[in-house]
Design a protein around this ligand. Structure first.
Ligand SMILES: [Ca+2]
Ligand SMILES: [Ca+2]
Length: 128
């Protein structure tokens, strides 16, 4: 998944076939990847079919074994690392917030500075 820009990724909900192992990795540049969490086939609570996993402590599918600390990432990737290779991913949701990198434009900075100077002048006049 390419989110197009950087996000703080807080939580993930994923639904996968219960008898395979999956690794979810994250990246800033799609070149170097780091482990976010690994789902082992023993992690779920069902015996056959699709199992849903969440890293949100408030979710009823929460699994502490896959919980992770917030990462800043643009890309997430899920891949299979073991199992019977009869594979299925039913759902993948990522939760987070966009990193705000907005820088004030020079013109609005100038307006802000003028307004600030105006306030100083007014307060000086009041005193005198
Ligand atoms: Ca589950
Ligand atoms: Ca399978």
């Amino acid at each position: 998944m390419d989110f197009g820009e950087l996000y703080n990724i807080n939580d993930v909900l994923v639904s996968v076939d219960n008898n395979d192992d999956y690794e979810v990795t994250w990246s800033l540049d799609s070149v170097s990847w780091s482990n976010l969490f690994t789902i082992n086939r023993s992690d779920g609570e069902i015996t056959w079919g699709m199992d849903t996993f969440s890293t949100d402590t408030l979710h009823n599918e929460y699994i502490a074994a896959i919980d992770f600390s917030t990462v800043q990432a643009r890309y997430l990737r899920i891949k299979v690392t073991g199992g019977d290779f009869g594979l299925s991913i039913g759902e993948f949701q990522a939760f987070g917030s966009k990193l705000t990198t907005s820088v004030p434009e020079p013109s609005s900075l100038a307006i802000f500075a003028l307004g600030f100077i105006g306030l100083i002048i007014r307060s000086v006049k009041k005193r005198s």
